[in-house]
Design a binder for this molecule. Structure first.
Ligand code: DQA
Length: 148
């Protein structure tokens, strides 16, 4: 059974109340619940983790292989635009990962246009709203299916 780690970074715990005109009204718990159902229907499982702390996200990436994770879905929030350390963790561990952004970062401030993660990601899903996590799950499972 494929095991997918779903990482959410700073301020994504506030989904539901945070700038709903940008991020919608789904809470993170609702999004994760939908992902769990989608994974179950596909015979896969997800492990979800949110933190506002960069080092905790890095620790999760580093531990993922040992924990039997096959792929990672990540919305790193603002760390996307700032964290060389998180990029190095993904590059160092080498598991396929999918970068998700709920909003269309390219239609927003210039500082959101650069991602440290995209160049080492297996795929990037931007601006599709919360369904982006489900699209990433689909992409990850298809990749794992065709690899296995
Ligand atoms: C975000 C976009 C980032 O620029 C922002 O800092 C976030 C959320 C998104 O999902 O659209 O926290 O990653």
């Amino acid at each position: 059974m494929a095991r997918i780690l779903v990482l959410n970074g700073p301020n994504l715990n506030l989904l539901g109340t945070r700038e709903p005109s940008v991020y919608g009204s789904d809470t993170l718990a609702t999004i994760i619940g939908r992902l769990e159902s989608a994974a179950q229907r596909r015979g896969a499982s997800i492990v979800a983790f949110q933190s506002n702390a960069e080092h905790e996200l890095i620790a999760q990436v580093q531990a993922a292989k040992g924990a039997g994770i096959d792929a990672i879905i990540v919305n790193a929030g603002a760390l996307t635009h700032t964290s060389v350390a998180l990029r190095d963790a993904f590059a160092g561990v080498g598991l396929p990962f999918y970068e998700v952004h709920i909003s269309n970062v390219y239609a927003r401030e210039a500082f959101r246009h650069h991602s440290y993660l995209s160049a080492v990601a297996a795929g990037v899903i931007v601006g599709c709203g919360p369904i982006g996590y489900e699209l990433a799950l689909e992409a990850a499972l298809r990749r794992l299916g065709s690899a296995g």
